[in-house]
Design a protein around this ligand. Structure first.
Ligand code: ATP
Length: 297
């Protein structure tokens, strides 16, 4: 039977996903939606269940319950038609150690249904000078770049990257970000996991944070940031008594209404002729939210 892809606005839909390893439930009711053409970053604590969730989406791991749809297919039963449209970078790549870098990419090209050029990917991931080196002699970061090159071979509709920049130096990380942005500009969908909050901030249209098998928060960065208190801080001159309810001389306020509370504080300072130093106001950062989730559990 020929399987035709169903056109959907979402590239990946996961509903009430549960995955058990024996008695241990690693994923405990995850709902996730990755829209076509977006970069979606799955963040989380160690052991939160990110890789397990990706493996189910990739069709490599059986789910205990829940529904999963990837580009209109169920990866549990329809991996064949998905393989041609999905590029995957695993946390640990499995290459033939005796083959050289360019032989590995050439072989990849022969096995892939998508067209691309080994030379383009060698250049893109700064591997041209290592093209005749055996995989066994590559450094950890070079292997990671080779993994990435195979994942983006032929610009697949959906690219799934598990910690794509772990172990990469700043230059290689930058090139990886460029490659991800190129995929997005070409209308591709990217689902990635990362431990680097600045990576999610730089690349992702939407973010979810996973903790102990569940999604703690998800949404656009601005939605998530707006859901947590912002803050401002300032230092009072010596001998000045702070306003009621405020500790000094180093004032640190967390607030759900930054404009209202900052205005009140500045009005108080002006009325009392107080000259503030180090005045700063900032929304919650992704790092604040991440740490709050850890603390709340
Ligand atoms: N094959 C397995 N058998 C038993 N338990 C497993 C197996 N694979 C993962 N686990 C456990 O399931 C939980 C989730 O693991 P997973 O690798 O999905 O987390 P993660 O969020 O990707 O973590 P990290 O950020 O550390 O890579 C962990 O407690 C892990 O020890």
């Amino acid at each position: 039977m020929t399987q035709t892809a169903i056109r959907t606005e979402t590239a990946v839909t996961v509903r009430d996903l549960h995955v058990r390893y024996g008695d241990f439930e690693a994923v405990r009711g995850v709902d996730l939606e990755v829209r076509r053409g977006e970069v979606f970053a799955l963040l989380g604590t160690n052991g939160a269940g990110k890789t397990t969730t990706l493996e189910v989406i990739e069709g490599f791991r059986r789910r205990s319950s829940g529904t999963v749809s990837v580009l209109g297919f169920d990866p549990g039963t329809q991996r064949g038609p998905l393989r041609d449209r999905m590029g995957i970078q695993l946390q640990e790549g499995g290459f033939v150690e005796e083959m050289t870098v360019s032989e590995t990419l050439d072989l990849w090209g022969q096995l892939s249904a998508r067209d691309d050029r080994t030379g383009r990917l060698l250049d893109r991931f700064d591997l041209a000078h290592r093209k005749d080196v055996r995989v066994s002699a590559l450094s950890g970061g070079e292997k990671r770049r080779l993994d990435l090159a195979t994942a983006v071979w032929g610009s697949p509709d959906l690219v799934i990257l598990d910690e794509p920049t772990t172990g990469l130096d700043p230059g290689a990380r930058r090139r990886t970000w460029d490659a991800i942005q190129e995929l997005q500009e070409a209308g591709r969908t990217v689902l990635l996991t990362t431990h680097y909050l600045e990576e999610a901030e730089a690349l992702a249209d939407r973010v979810a944070i996973m903790h102990e098998g569940r999604l703690a928060v998800s949404g656009t960065l601005s939605e998530i940031l707006a859901s947590r208190p912002a803050g401002f801080s300032a230092t009072l001159p010596p001998g000045v008594t702070p306003p009621p309810g405020v500790d000094g001389p180093h004032v640190q306020i967390h607030t759900d209404d930054l404009q209202r509370d900052l205005t009140a504080f500045l009005t108080w300072a002006a009325a009392h002729d107080v000259e503030l130093t180090d005045l700063r106001a900032a929304p919650a950062s992704l790092a604040d939210i991440y740490h709050a989730i850890r603390e709340e559990s």
